[in-house]
Design a protein around this ligand. Structure first.
Ligand code: PAF
Length: 283
């Protein structure tokens, strides 16, 4: 496995792959602290391509709070062991100066999508994501890249950016991984105490019921009410958001559901905020 810390190094490694006949190079951008979710993206890239490149870069421009950036977990040695075990061909592991040299001033932003929902709570976050992903695509030049559907808005921002800027990269979404009882896998789940862990299955249950409801004519308001009712079955659940949005544009939906919608849930159990989502297609 090639480990490259410079742009020149990773470009050279990729040129060697192409010269050796690689036709479909898959790319998985990450911020390290790898878990099963990331590894499933790597496996999807391996299954769909003939070479896989992974980047590990904690991108400072997508954090508003310097304290969050400082405490972001980093363990390059462990990440590299995991990637080696998955048979990854090359890892790009740049430092901040390599990615953002002195004087960098160009940004990429999806003007509407980046300002709603999570973007309204974290201004600048999706600008940071879009800018770093553009840079990584320009450096790596992959044929396709894989992102998790768990971060639904991030995936929507990236798909929109790639379409609007004619980037020659196919974007693949990896479905949310779930525990056997339906809870979406997340590194946060281990922080749930046993009682909250048991109650947390209510998120996927609410999404299952909403999906079943959407198989008949239904309004966005009815869906929202049904989800709220299901979530109320878990006494510890503090609902932060139940958003029903257009699946492609993330615009608010109201009235009869007439096109694919995404349901985005954010529910707190004690100190742990869980998110989950489901796309539902009306009857
Ligand atoms: O999802 C992430 O880990 C990050 O937002 C990404 C896409 C690697 C960009 O820094």
């Amino acid at each position: 496995m090639d480990i490259c810390r410079s742009k020149t190094g990773i470009r050279r490694a990729i040129a060697t792959m192409r010269a050796a006949g690689a036709e479909r190079i898959g790319f998985v951008p990450t911020m390290g602290a790898l878990h099963e979710g990331h590894l499933s993206l790597v496996r999807m890239a391996k299954a769909r391509g003939d070479r896989v490149v992974v980047s590990v870069f904690v991108n400072p421009t997508q954090f508003e709070d310097p304290a969050d950036l400082a405490k972001y977990p980093r363990d390059d040695a462990r990440d590299l062991d995991l990637l080696r075990a998955e048979g990854v061909d090359a890892v790009f592991l740049p430092g901040v100066e390599e990615m953002y040299p002195e004087g960098a001033q160009t940004i990429v932003e999806t003007t509407t999508l980046s300002k709603v929902l999570i973007g309204a709570l974290r201004p600048g976050h999706f600008r940071g994501v879009a800018t770093v992903v553009t840079k990584l695509f320009n450096i790596v030049g992959p044929d396709f890249a894989v992102f998790g559907e768990k971060d639904y808005q991030q995936l929507a921002v990236i798909r929109t950016m790639v379409r609007d800027l004619d980037m020659p990269v196919e974007i693949l979404g990896h479905p949310i991984l779930r525990e056997t009882d339906g809870l979406a896998m997340s590194s946060r789940n281990v922080r749930l105490d046993p009682a909250h862990r048991a109650e947390a299955t209510v998120l996927s249950r609410a999404l299952d019921r909403a999906e079943a409801l959407a198989a008949r004519p239904v309004t966005a308001e009815e869906l929202q009410a049904e989800i709220a009712l299901t979530l109320a079955e878990a006494p510890a659940a503090e609902v932060e958001t139940i958003d029903i949005q257009d699946a492609a544009t993330l615009a608010d939906l109201s009235g009869a559901l007439e096109r694919p919608a995404v349901i985005l849930l954010a529910v707190r159990f004690g100190p742990v905020l869980l998110i989950d989502n489901r796309v539902v297609t009306p009857a």
